[in-house]
Write a protein that binds this ligand. Sequence first.
Ligand code: 6R9
Length: 664
Amino acid sequence: MSDEDVQLEARLEEQEVFEPPESFVDQANVSDPGIYEEFEENWPECWEQAADLLDWEESYDTVLDDSNPPFYEWFTGGSLNASANCLDRHLGERGDEAAIEWVGEPTDEEDITYTYEDLHREVNEFAAALRDQGVEEDDVVTMYMPMIPQLPIAMLACARIGAPHSVVFAGFSADALATRMNAADSEYLITCDGYYRRGDPLDHLSKANEGLAGVDHEVQTVAIAERLRDGDGFDHDYADNQVAFEALQSDHEGATVDPVSRDAEDMLFLMYTSGTTGEPKGVKHTTGGYLSYAAWTSQSVLDIKPEDTYFCSADIGWITGHSYIIYGPLALGTTTMMYEGTPDYPDKDRLWEIIEDYEATQLYTAPTAIRAFMKWGEEYPDSHDLSSLRLLGTVGEPINPRAWKWYYKHIGDESAPVVDTWWQTETGGMMLTTLPGVGDMKPGSAGPPLPGISADIVDVSGSPVEAGQAGYLVVNKPWPGMLRTLYKNDERFIDEYWREYSDVDSDDPADWVYFPEDGAKIDQDGYITVLGRVDDVLNVSGHRLGTMEIESAIVGVEGVAEAAVVGGDHEIKGEAVYAYVITEDGYEETEELRQQIIEGVEDAIGPIARPEQVIFTPELPKTRSGKIMRRLLEDIANGEELGDTSTLRNPDVVSDIQSKVSSD
Ligand code: 6R9
């Protein structure tokens, strides 16, 4: 590095506040700081701004109906269709423009551009096919698909006929698929034969079939997208209810289906996410509120304009992909990118190559990816022209200032603002972040609540903590994108998110406070730094995993008596799974058992939950009342100094476990 570079580096390291670049502000969708006050003074009517981004068949009479908290309703009386908002209304002006630019993982394969007209046609054909298969309004259709174009086609086809979709991440296991189809009573599955990962064809249909074997009710139709190229297939015989996606479409070539008019509060989709207990939670999102909120945040935070080529590298199987690859961007009529593969195939510059090729204007990715890019080295981005990028975003987990600054400097060339966006599957869209054309950025802190969002950091009793103190993040007012309930489980909805800080007997909305189960602190400027989950949920590479789910997978392995799972610090993944395991009498602590445990977790949940370390121990550290001291197990995983262990029932076990972790 030259002297100048060294100086620059040192300055960047010290700098704690970054102003939005002027060139960005000048063209930003939102650049007036008055927006915060405007929303506050005019709440909840301010949210009409979000609703106005959509086309309504019937306009709503009430912005917010808060007569029955926490069952809030938004834009009541209004009706619309999400697929019409994402497709039909753009046909006039933007029919020939790209809606989706799809890039497959194999480099010798042609990319596919879907113009709005193409996508509209494909969605209509598939919607007609779904109807023909018996799918009716309000039937839940499950999708178990990787990043192939048929996934958004199927999602939008469902939206068109008013059938809520439930997308299960393709990396999840067969068991996870079965659990989710059972929980939603879903009788339709859309999946694929396979896909490509790091150059190899991967058999997906076997996993889907295994999942189907665990479904407790009749499955009417399984549509199978045939992604694998000739010669790469796995020779599957289709069962009677299984049919190729492409055949379904071609049987309905040229068909059009009128978008059904959906009530604003009608369900658009379900998304299952991990919670404290083993049962995944079916988060319910609606048509009017969710779509308005996804569109509004896409416009104001991601600064999306129709002429952009916007790139979010998440998987559509997660909420980020739903809101910010599909619904938000397409509602705004922009071009959204979809990349099938991993960022290091065939080499570690794949994303930079895609950005250069397509002149992408925004990149929205996860801190775990940024930490990997950092480790791979700046020569990869440096060898590409990334000057088309105007805005950078992160989501999924806290970003450490060093990674933030690396992203800002090496990807954005210090001329693109970075938005660190905190939100959840449940919130539907972004909640805490700076507005890129308005607020200063502070690396490591997501920023203030968005306009119209009211959040606080409180102590256990619910009183706001002082600046600089850690506490619990709470949201005090409803917002359009919020989940409406947990599917068919209003009780659990209240227990999980509201009971902690609300007066649950009250029907005054002021007594109802949403608890996202994250710890956080706030500074004197109102910037919030989210510290991480305070429940038993791990965040591995930005993915939520319940420790209970992993523990029950481990104790399901023959020879295991007890297990405790905690998150240990991990350079790239943020958190990694550490499993402490007690064997059953008569079973040895063998390498073979360790492998079986790892496979057990992969089978039950998926490779993302794979334990980093399996540590055999004769006992787990427990308090006198018999509770496992997870905090201590975390400290052991992280090789940290341990505090006082004398309150343990079995203090001797600690040094024994410690020696095993370090020697592993
Ligand atoms: C969108 C998404 C939600 C959990 C959330 C929190 C963590 C997300 C974050 C962040 C710190 C950020 N999280 N964004 N933590 N800073 N910018 O990730 O949804 O998969 O439901 O996860 O992720 O712990 O509670 P989801």
